[in-house]
Design a protein around this ligand. Structure first.
Ligand SMILES: Cc1ncc(COP(=O)(O)O)c(C=O)c1O
Length: 391
């Protein structure tokens, strides 16, 4: 799609990088399953050689998502974690990484239980919602700053522009995990971030029926880094299959409609919790859209809406949390998030279990904490389900 004449996000979600198939006129991008492509002569091919290095269906979804993130280039991976692992391959052995204290547990595990051993990384964890703390933790030797906003599951808000500025000052790459927002709600590259990653398993896919990951690189990043990420993806072999690429491309077409409904429903659920805090026995209700959220102003500045995730803390710790989790029926007790169906889960025993208890406590992840991914069902049914569970 012609970047000089950009359409609105909703239009690009459906059309970016997509033309009717020149051979058949098919309106949707064909799934090209071939693992290898015929050569016309030595050094002569039609753009493709071998499917790990390049596949037309994968290329289309990569370009479409890159367009939505306002990126120079995009790469799609079989999972969010494989996208993260490949981005980390940009760093040399022994690199200093400053990472957000409350990262998704799987990325925390990748950094602390894999890359410290296999690549000798030196990782400093710090609360990225405290910009001064990030500045203090970062030195001229720091190679990468890695954060999520809103963070998982505590919904801390990171000032993307301020962190990007710190990265520029010390010459470190800044990586924003944009999973909780999707490109529809937040575009970190436009605020100066260098690389955006997604667990596309979540909102980009949106139906809890596939896994995928995304990495997008900003146009202000030197071309060698973008090229190197493509080289690394091919070198480690972490590529999304053609069928999954087509399914992801289809899902992205409805992203704006889903995200609007997710956000409206989540706001109503968060407000209901906040209004009934005492009756429900809650010690905390977190949603970036609530005016008393500590990051509300920054979130309002950098997000288009406030997203689907609501986190609460119940009085009575893990025991009471377990009762609530067992009593919802529309909110199904399962990990993951971002699907059309509502999910409810317990971070301390599931998504963040791999983080040592003391670090979990320091990040504010308590036994009474419950995370909800609010789906796109009718909001009255969702609220009735919660009323029943808390009765
Ligand atoms: C914020 C965030 N980043 C990354 C991941 C990892 O993605 P995946 O499960 O697709 O490997 C997750 C998974 O829950 C996540 O929530």
């Amino acid at each position: 799609m012609d970047k000089s004449n950009r359409h609105a996000f909703e239009t690009r979600a459906i059309h970016a990088a997509q033309e009717p198939d020149p051979q058949t006129g098919a309106v949707v991008t064909p799934i090209v399953q071939a693992s290898t492509f015929v050569q016309d002569g030595i050094g002569e091919n039609r753009g493709y050689i071998y499917a790990r290095a390049g596949n037309p269906t994968r290329d289309t979804v990569s370009k479409c998502i890159a367009d939505l993130e306002g990126a120079e280039a995009g790469f799609v991976f079989p999972t969010g974690l494989s996208a993260a692992a490949t981005i980390l391959e940009l760093l040399d052995a022994g690199a200093h990484v400053v990472a957000h204290g409350d990262l998704y547990g799987g990325i925390h595990r990748l950094l602390t239980q894999v890359r410290i051993r296999s690549a000798g990384f030196n990782v400093t964890f710090v609360d990225f919602s405290d910009t001064d703390a990030v500045r203090t933790a970062t030195t001229k030797q720091t190679a990468m700053l890695w954060y999520e906003t809103p963070s998982n599951p505590t919904l801390r808000i990171v000032d993307i522009a301020a962190i990007s500025q710190i990265g520029r000052e010390v010459g470190a790459l800044t990586v924003c995990d944009n999973t909780f927002c999707s490109p529809y709600l937040q575009n970190p590259l436009a605020l100066g971030a260098d690389i955006v990653m997604h667990s596309a398993t979540k909102f980009l896919c949106g139906h809890s029926d596939m896994m995928a990951g995304v990495a997008c690189v900003a146009s202000h990043v030197p071309a060698e880094i973008t090229e190197r990420l493509g080289f690394l993806q091919n070198s480690v072999g972490a590529v999304l299959s053609p069928v999954d690429s087509a399914q992801l491309l289809r899902s992205v077409k409805t992203l704006p409609v889903r995200m609007d409904r997710h956000s409206t429903n989540a706001r109503a659920v968060a407000e209901h919790f906040a209004e009934n805090r005492d009756r429900f026995g809650l010690s905390d209700v977190r949603y970036p859209g609530l005016p008393d959220h500590p990051g509300h102003e920054i979130a309002a500045r950098q997000m288009r809406d406030f997203g689907a995730i609501v986190t609460i803390c119940v009085n009575g710790g893990e025991e009471r949390a377990n009762e609530v989790l067992k009593r919802t029926s529309l909110f199904q007790f399962a990990v993951s998030l971002g699907g059309v169906e509502s999910l409810i889960q317990h971070p301390a025993s599931l998504t963040h279990k791999t983080i040592p208890e003391a670090e979990r406590a320091a990040a504010g992840i308590s036994g009474g904490m419950i995370r909800l991914s609010v789906g796109i069902e009718h909001v009255n049914d969702l609220i009735a389900d919660l009323e029943e569970a808390f009765r």
